[in-house]
Ligand binder design. Structure first.
Ligand code: PLP
Length: 412
């Protein structure tokens, strides 16, 4: 309660901007994850590791637009590349060299990718992957893992009629559910939205093998995880998916999605293919995304990823220690540069355990306490790093967590 009162007192501009938004945008927002009570901070600008809200308050950005901004906000090389193509026409009714360049980069980085098909979002890419798997196999069902997020459209919604859902990290459950009508198994290398829960390497490999043995495709959703290794988590985990779903960092901050896979499979998306999917989209392969994405990926090399990984490991350790120091049972799960705080002493291994750990008012209290300390995180406890964060920023983030846990402990 004191946190809420302080939040209201510090964000009058956000309160009125949110009232205006709510009069025309349902719920005052455009993405369900971005809302939290009583109203979200309304952001006005972002530069590097900093965000500024409409009241002029500055925050350290540990959200990076939900993992999509690997080099921070308004990364100058990406904005310059996007601005340059805007001035010369940003989308044409023909393929363009910039699309070819981004596709070449992805194919060079991901061993399982020979061909790339662009969409405008990860959601659209997942839908395309599902349609492609269904067409290629002549089967209808899709096997998903509880807590997975492959976007906000059918058929990849957990309650969809074509979907079977089993717990993550449970090979036996996947084996049982892999019946002869399953077209594809969709897996994330770690549950992203489901709580940043790493897949056990043997789990993902077994599921991939099982899928193939039963004539289904193994689809790896690397929309979040491409930031964690040059060739995606698939190279780290020794996986060779039939299809890879991509998005977020590959557009350098601009809207994008893509699927990648073998020439044989991806051929079904092409106009020149008889009985293909007739896949289209007015803005597919938008050149602002292609240009910003290419420069962003070029700058996301192995040393940069190594630095992010080490910084994330240190921050995870400091947050865990800070919680323990305040006497609050909490643990931090991590996949590369993406972290999630859970209010439980042991790391959850599936979505059900993560949901149970999240059923506490401490989660929103932590979020508000951090905001009041000038650190922008997600309401669900996920944070992620960008290359724009320097050592001082990371120290400041660690201190803010220590301070926040102290406040929570005092309020208990
Ligand atoms: N797949 C995963 C693993 C994601 O994390 C997301 C978005 O958070 C998506 C798919 C959907 O991507 P988009 O938000 O671009 O539609």
């Amino acid at each position: 309660r004191p946190l809420l009162a302080e939040y209201r007192a510090r964000t009058p501009g956000s309160a009125s901007a949110f009232r205006r938004a709510a009069a025309v945008l349902p719920g005052g927002e455009t993405r369900f994850v971005t809302y939290y009570p009583p109203y979200p901070v309304i952001l006005a600008e972002g530069h590097g590791s900093r965000l500024t809200d409409v009241d002029g308050t500055e925050y350290l950005d540990l959200v990076n637009n939900y993992t999509s901004l690997i080099h921070g906000n308004a990364y100058p090389p990406a904005t310059a590349a996007a601005a340059a193509v805007l001035a010369s026409g940003a989308v044409f009714p023909s393929p363009h060299e910039l699309q070819v360049e981004l596709a070449e980069l992805l194919a060079a980085r991901l061993p399982s990718v020979q061909r790339v098909r662009f969409t405008n979002s990860g959601t659209e890419a997942s839908v395309l992957a599902a349609r492609l798997a269904q067409r290629a196999t002549g089967r209808g069902r899709l096997l998903l893992f509880d807590g997975a997020y492959h976007g906000s459209a059918p058929p990849l919604l957990p309650d969809g009629p074509e979907v079977v859902t089993v717990p993550y990290n449970d090979v036996d459950a996947a084996r049982e559910a892999l019946t002869e009508d399953v077209a594809a198994v969709f897996a994330e290398p770690f549950l992203g939205a489901g709580g940043v829960i790493p897949g056990r390497p043997d789990f993902l490999r077994s599921v991939a093998d099982l899928a193939r043995a039963r004539g289904a495709l193994f689809v790896l959703d690397e929309v979040q995880s491409l930031r964690n290794a040059v060739g995606g988590e698939q190279t780290r985990l020794g996986l060779r998916p039939d299809l890879t779903v991509m998005g977020k960092v590959i557009g350098g901050g601009m809207p994008i999605g893509a699927i990648g896979g073998s020439e044989e499979l991806l051929r079904l998306t092409a106009a020149s293919t008889d009985r293909g999917l007739a896949h289209s989209g007015t803005f597919n392969g938008h050149l602002t995304a292609a240009a910003a994405g290419a420069v962003t990926l070029r700058h996301l090399d192995a040393p940069a990823i190594g630095r992010l990984d080490r910084a994330a490991r240190r921050l995870a350790d400091t947050i865990t220690t800070a919680a323990a120091g305040a006497g609050i049972p909490a643990t931090v799960t991590r996949a590369g540069s993406i972290l999630n705080v859970h209010f439980t002493p042991t790391a959850p291994v599936d979505a059900e355990q993560a949901r149970r750990a999240a059923a506490t008012p401490l989660l929103s209290a932590l979020h508000l306490a951090l905001l009041l300390d000038g650190v922008y995180t997600t309401p669900r406890g996920m944070i992620n790093l960008s290359t724009a964060l320097d050592t001082n920023d990371l120290d400041r983030a660690a201190l803010a967590y220590a301070h926040a846990f102290q406040r929570l402990a005092e309020a208990e």
